[in-house]
Design a protein around this ligand. Structure first.
Ligand SMILES: CCCCCCCC/C=C\C/C=C/C(=O)SCCNC(=O)CCNC(=O)[C@H](O)C(C)(C)COP(=O)(O)OP(=O)(O)OC[C@H]1O[C@@H](n2cnc3c(N)ncnc32)[C@H](O)[C@@H]1OP(=O)(O)O
Ligand SMILES: Cc1cc2nc3c(=O)[nH]c(=O)nc-3n(C[C@H](O)[C@H](O)[C@H](O)COP(=O)(O)OP(=O)(O)OC[C@H]3O[C@@H](n4cnc5c(N)ncnc54)[C@H](O)[C@@H]3O)c2cc1C
Length: 629
């Protein structure tokens, strides 16, 4: 298992879950109560954990298991064990020292310890340094006192905390020797392992319904002077010694490592959700016929409307392009993490900058794309049974959790303006920012030349970054830093997104150039790339005129070029989505099944409505009676 890549793991597990005795039979959850949904999703999440264990997968493969293609089937309303798997376990693996790992991991893997990652508080999520839960060390008892000073400092949001976890990695302000030492992670037991009741001093519960993913089991947590042994501070990075003396971590932000990992995983995984949505919309768009009959006497397939092609096809191209760049980011993360473990943190700042902007770009693009794909399915896309609303709810959550997108883009922008101003350590070989210190690529723009488009995307990124860096520099001469920064926020965000776009298209250019096994595949990748590039220009025409060197005439030519490319891509739409290799049961949509039998499926799902059980539901008479009183 360990040597398989992500798609192989996904395919393998996909077929395993579809044949698994406890997982293969699904129930419609739409009409279940909040608690029934939780029970259903939790029992499936548990069966999935057992399956992972039987498969002998190590922790590094857990993120592969968490693929939305598989987890959307096993836990359709959100996985109450997701944060345990994606954040709690990786935090222990990477931030606990060797003794702590051997102390806890046995119980984690035998299911005795179920955890969550408790960082966000009611009044602070983004500004991590502002968290107010305290962990004050007492050398006499060799314990930390964990305390929530008031309700605004209650932990709020951690997944699985609501009613599932019995432990939490709690991010808290450390005080030793009376000194604040910043945010550090603590392993804290919150519920009794046998009875599952909250332990003394702990107040814990579930936060209530959300836009989607209602069985993620997000919770709240307060501490009333809870004593935690010294050995429970995760000590791979910083340390507190018995006498209360403090040893700093090798990197100031070492304790933020889990967030970097999860951002990378979210970027990769949100593309899974887009692939599912694109497959649904593509299949529906050929099945659905509506409009004035044509010469053959048939009403047109909706995909033959030019507007429909624009709503659907660019997002299929995006699936391919974003999959390649997020997979590359994953590899880069693996490499940098091993360097950091070996003590070399040189590559961490750029990894952080890239993870921030790709997580933001991908979740923003995918949620906008899934919404466009939902709209492309007309009224039927609004039905829960199309699966499109849930896919949207999943993707858009990714724009907020693990760092709100604007805030993450500002982290990237901070790195970029420093690079542009030469005030950061110079980039390493192969860095994604070397273009900022080189003259602009002056390849002339030519419609039909992907290389010319990539150069233009690069000029936009370079222009955006250097312009805002200069504005910031000028403002810094006349106002305080915080005001100067605030004065440029909108342009900084645009610069970071432009940089992200350039990263994405360069990665895909490399994929296309390296693909040599088949001429036909290479041509198809080129066509997909051309669609992605022409669409990217059409979405940001102003930028391409202002910074990219395009003329108004180029813009007009590009608009026509994009529509021609879409017509060229249209006959390949179904093979391109079939190639995602998603079995019907994993797609789980009335509109997106392989056989196209949409209308029969829609009737079949309506038969599950409890309001159809009796010819006249009792509730009708009860409500009418009340309104007459
Ligand atoms: C297969 C996967 C499937 C996914 C399914 C997921 C299901 C589970 C569902 C949800 C899970 C969700 C979990 C959560 O949301 S957990 C909470 C996440 N919270 C956040 O992300 C908070 C965002 N805020 C921050 O990260 C920080 O506050 C900050 C980065 C915005 C700012 O930090 P701060 O300490 O204030 O630093 P500065 O801005 O002052 O910067 C100083 C310096 O440090 C650098 N830096 C910041 N962060 C990092 C880092 N992580 N690594 C390396 N370096 C970092 C920063 O760039 C500055 O550098 P300098 O310019 O050189 O000084
Ligand atoms: C489904 C879900 C699951 C979650 N799971 C977990 C979990 O398991 N563990 C956990 O600890 N947390 C979790 N969270 C919390 C999540 O990480 C935070 O909600 C997220 O980081 C955003 O922080 P916030 O809520 O403080 O947003 P805010 O920062 O309050 O954002 C509100 C607005 O303020 C703006 N803003 C804030 N600061 C700045 C700034 N410096 N510059 C410019 N604009 C700014 C933002 O751009 C945004 O528009 C989860 C959240 C959700 C929705």
């Amino acid at each position: 298992m360990v040597s398989r890549n992500r798609s192989q793991v996904k395919d393998h597990l996909g077929s395993k879950v579809l044949n698994h005795p406890e997982l293969r039979n699904t129930k419609a959850t739409e009409y279940m109560s909040h608690e029934e949904k939780y029970r259903y999703n939790l029992s499936r999440a548990t069966a999935m954990l057992k399956l992972i264990d039987e498969e002998g997968m190590d922790v590094n493969e857990i993120s592969k298991v968490m693929s939305h293609t598989v987890s959307g089937f096993t836990t359709p309303d959100g996985n109450p064990l997701a944060v345990h798997q994606v954040m709690f376990v990786p935090t222990l693996m990477n931030q606990a020292d060797d003794d702590q790992v051997s102390r806890w991991l046995g119980d984690v893997f035998n299911g005795t310890i179920v955890g969550t990652y408790a960082q966000t508080e009611l009044s602070h999520g983004t500004f991590v340094r502002g968290l107010r839960t305290t962990a004050t060390y007492d050398p006499a008892s060799r314990t930390f006192d964990l305390h929530t000073p008031d309700v605004s400092a209650a932990k709020w949001w951690p997944g699985g905390l609501g009613t599932t976890a019995n432990h939490a990695v709690v991010m808290a302000q450390l005080y030793t020797d009376g000194q604040p030492r910043g945010i550090h992670p603590f392993m804290v037991a919150i519920r009794d392992r046998e009875t599952h009741r909250p332990l003394p001093g702990i107040t814990v519960g579930e936060i209530g319904p959300k836009l989607g993913q209602n069985t993620l089991n997000n919770g709240y947590l307060l501490f009333d002077h809870v004593k935690v042994p010294r050995e429970n501070m995760l000590m791979r990075n910083a340390r507190v010694n018995e006498d209360g003396s403090y040893t700093k971590p090798s990197h100031q932000k070492a304790s933020y490592g889990t967030m970097v990992f999860t951002r990378v995983a979210i970027a990769l995984d949100t593309v899974d959700a887009l692939q599912i949505a694109a497959t649904i919309a593509a299949r529906y768009s050929i099945v659905r016929r509506q409009g004035e009959p044509r010469d053959d006497g048939q009403e047109p397939q909706i995909i033959d409307y030019q507007t429909q092609q624009l709503k659907v096809l660019p997002h299929i191209a995006a699936c391919y392009v974003l999959r390649a760049s997020t997979a590359r980011l994953w590899e880069h993360h693996t490499h940098v993490t091993s360097e950091v473990r070996g003590g070399d943190t040189a590559l961490l700042p750029e990894l952080h900058a890239t993870a921030c902007c790709l997580k933001a770009l991908v979740t923003q693009d995918c949620s906008e794309a899934i919404e466009a794909l939902r709209l492309s399915c007309g009224g039927h896309g609004y039905m829960t049974a199309s699966r499109l609303p849930a896919l949207y709810a999943y993707a858009t959550a990714g724009a907020t959790y693990e760092g709100e997108n604007t805030v993450l883009l500002l982290q990237t922008a901070r790195y970029l303006v420093k690079q542009a101003g030469g005030s950061h350590a110079p980039p390493a070989a192969g860095s994604a920012v070397t273009y900022l210190s080189r003259p602009a690529d002056d390849t002339p723009f030519a419609v039909g030349s992907p290389a010319a488009y990539v150069a233009a995307v690069g000029r936009v990124a370079r222009g955006r970054v250097t312009e805002v860096a200069a504005a910031l520099q000028a403002d810094r001469q006349t106002m305080p830093e915080a005001d100067a920064w605030n004065q440029s926020l909108v342009q900084l965000v645009a610069a970071a997104l432009a940089h992200g776009r350039y990263f994405v298209v360069r990665e895909f250019a490399e994929v296309v150039s390296q693909q040599s096994s088949s001429r036909a595949i290479q041509q198809m990748l080129q066509l997909l790339f051309s669609v992605y590039l022409a669409h990217a220009v059409s979405r940001a025409e102003g930028d391409f005129i202002t910074y990219g060197g395009l003329t108004p005439s180029d813009i007009r030519l590009n608009r026509r070029h994009l529509l021609r490319l879409l017509a060229e891509l249209r006959p390949h739409m179904i093979p391109l989505t079939d190639a995602f290799d998603l079995p019907d049961r994993l797609i789980n949509s009335t509109l997106g099944a392989w056989d196209g039998d949409v209308y029969r499926r829609m009737f079949e799902q309506a038969s599950h409505s409890p309001l159809n059980t009796d010819e006249v539901p009792a509730s009708f008479h009860q409500a009418m009676l009340r309104s007459k009183l």
